[in-house]
Design a protein around this ligand. Structure first.
Ligand SMILES: Cc1cc2nc3c(=O)[nH]c(=O)nc-3n(C[C@H](O)[C@H](O)[C@H](O)COP(=O)(O)OP(=O)(O)OC[C@H]3O[C@@H](n4cnc5c(N)ncnc54)[C@H](O)[C@@H]3O)c2cc1C
Length: 548
């Protein structure tokens, strides 16, 4: 959508083809955060940062030589692309302020100023097009259709604690009730839904042609260049000529079993939070043309989140991503089948799952379990249990939540080693007293503490598991994005196996091999580069390429 919008703004004729009946893909169900070091929105809010510092960080995290040209181009263009969208369309962003990088203890990492989020959007502006925006996952909405952004969580939970909180919560609720008299869900859009809706609104305003239910199935290639695309429409194939180029942005390979088996760690994770329409179509097209797929080494293929498996009201399966609400809070541990901890529970969602893969090579750790006590679940919630939720019977009955009066009993219910769990909790409770986790260092980094409870002492991320009953929820790895994709140059032009450009063919988003090579530096690691390289692709197609 970004590539289409920028190309249109540059005066090109654009056709946007969407496989499903709705725009947005995984992006519309995402948190919508963009990692854009040096962005001007944060600068104006007083947060200082520079591309040089971010480059230092990425060199340390990703490893200098790999994709360095892409990362340099990303850092240089990030703020420019964001300003361009703001100045020329209805896409708008807000600075997140404090939102630490995910390896906040590494050189060059920042605690604030690199993440931006889309401004909330009024879905009513889309009128009859509103249902064309793919909704968020039900697990991210309350009352069956009201979106809740990060900034809304505090006021909603503490709605009776202050007049300001009550006012905020009441306003959201009244708007939602009114919305539901006319719309299938709330129209106050936040996070990824706001981003997608803003892009869609801008595209509509410019009159860009959008075909729904129209997947790209192939590209036309002759005399060494791509000059068109084949689109399936109502059971027929149509051939479209492309004077300037074709941009593959089909969301990556998450729902393609062959690619999952080929690229992901073994055994390949079975759960995915990616849109079900993302079936590796772009990658398959590139593969047929002899494109290089990167990274070539096995294992850096996904960006992960731990998830618990929910049963939705219609009986279907849901995945709840444990991104930032529970794992870092004091009084929760993650254990494997031996009842032992294997990770600092407060690391990023990506690093948590990487630790699951690593631990699983020695002791069965997939699934693993988050364990807490009665005090914790009442105060902080656990997965789909939100803080202060009293009625747990439905979740206990469905098996989402397991509960027992003793740790041994809980271990028996989830089928892990009870002695191991008891030993682990006793040791961890000692760390809660000293405030120092000598095993995994929970609470030591800015990121840990950011998601912890700063009012909890001495360590905002460690508290005892002491008051029965005890609770457990089962955790699986799931991809939120993929990083293996089509290798490109700095203008998102797809490269062949000899690293030569395939003229006329571009890739961005998850179809493009991640410039971070499977690392996850900070909040917005996939959408940031997705938007920046879409911008660069469109500018290149329009003949305005930058040499850096
Ligand atoms: C819960 C959650 C939270 C997340 N939060 C963040 C975050 O805050 N920041 C961040 O950076 N990342 C986040 N992500 C990851 C991010 O959403 C994805 O990396 C991103 O959306 C990928 O963008 P994309 O354009 O490649 O794919 P998508 O957003 O999935 O879009 C791909 C589109 O292509 C369509 N399509 C598929 N095949 C075809 C075809 N053959 N022809 C035409 N159309 C096709 C799909 O239907 C879809 O609409 C999150 C993910 C999840 C699940």
């Amino acid at each position: 959508m970004t590539a289409a919008l920028v190309a249109s703004l540059q005066g090109l004729d654009v056709l946007l083809c969407e496989k499903s009946g709705q725009v947005g893909g995984t992006g519309s169900t995402s948190a919508g955060t963009l990692w854009i070091p040096g962005n001007h929105q944060s600068r104006r809010a007083g947060f200082d940062d520079s591309a040089e510092r971010a480059e230092q960080y990425l060199d340390a995290l990703v490893g200098s030589p790999i994709n360095r040209d892409l990362r340099t181009a990303f850092l240089k263009t990030g703020p420019i692309a964001i300003d361009y969208l703001e100045e020329n369309s209805d896409v708008r962003f807000l600075p997140c302020g404090r939102h630490p990088d995910y390896r906040s203890n590494m050189k060059g990492a920042a605690v604030a100023g690199r993440a931006i989020v889309p401004q909330p959007f009024d879905g009513r502006l889309l009128r009859a097009d509103f249902p064309r925006v793919r909704p968020p996952i039900p697990e991210f909405m309350v009352f069956g259709g009201m979106m809740v952004g990060k900034a809304d969580i505090g006021p909603l939970i503490g709605r009776f604690k202050s007049a300001a909180n009550f006012g905020h919560a009441a306003k959201l609720f009244v708007r939602y009730v009114l919305d539901r008299t006319r719309y299938p869900r709330g129209t106050r859009l936040v996070m990824g839904n706001a981003l997608v809706a803003r892009l869609f609104y801008s595209l509509r305003k410019r009159g860009v042609e959008i075909l729904f239910d129209a997947p790209i199935t192939d590209v036309a290639f002759k005399a060494g260049r791509v000059f068109g695309a084949t689109i399936r429409r109502a059971g027929k194939e149509i051939n479209v000529k492309a004077r300037k180029g074709v941009v593959l942005a089909t969301g990556g390979y998450a729902h393609n079993r062959r690619f999952r088996e080929a690229f992901m760690p073994r055994p390949a994770p079975v759960h995915s939070l990616s849109s079900e329409f993302n079936q590796g179509d772009g990658l398959a097209i590139g593969e047929r043309l002899g494109a290089r797929i990167a990274p070539e080494e096995h294992g850096h293929s996904g960006l992960w989140s731990p998830v618990s498996l929910t049963t939705r009201s219609d009986g279907s399966k849901g995945l709840f991503p444990h991104l930032m609400l529970d794992r870092a809070k004091p009084g929760l541990i993650a254990v494997n089948s031996a009842g032992e901890r294997f990770v600092n529970e407060a690391v990023s969602y990506h690093d948590f799952v990487e630790a699951m893969f690593e631990a699983n090579a020695k002791v069965p750790s997939i699934p693993c379990y988050l364990i807490c006590d009665a005090t914790f679940i009442e105060k902080y919630g656990l997965g789909v249990v939100y803080p202060g939720m009293r009625k747990l019977s439905a979740l206990l009955k469905s098996g989402y939540l397991k509960r027992d009066d003793t740790l041994e009993g809980l271990a028996a219910r989830i089928g892990i080693d009870g002695h191991g769990l008891r030993r682990t909790v006793a040791r961890y409770n000692g760390f809660a007293r000293s405030g120092i986790d000598i095993d995994f260092g929970k609470g030591e980094t800015e990121l840990n503490r950011f998601n912890g409870d700063e009012s909890h002492k001495p360590n905002p991320c460690i508290g005892p598991l002491a008051r029965a009953p005890f609770y457990a929820v089962e955790i699986w790895p799931a991809d939120i994005a993929v990083s293996t994709g089509l290798s490109t140059d700095i203008n998102a032009r797809v490269l062949d196996k000899d690293r030569q450009v395939i003229p006329g063919l571009y890739a961005c988003g998850n179809d493009m091999a991640s410039p971070m090579s499977g690392s996850y530096p900070g909040p917005g690691t996939t959408l940031g580069p997705a938007i920046v390289f879409a911008y660069r692709a469109a500018m290149h197609a329009a003949g305005k390429a930058s040499s850096q």
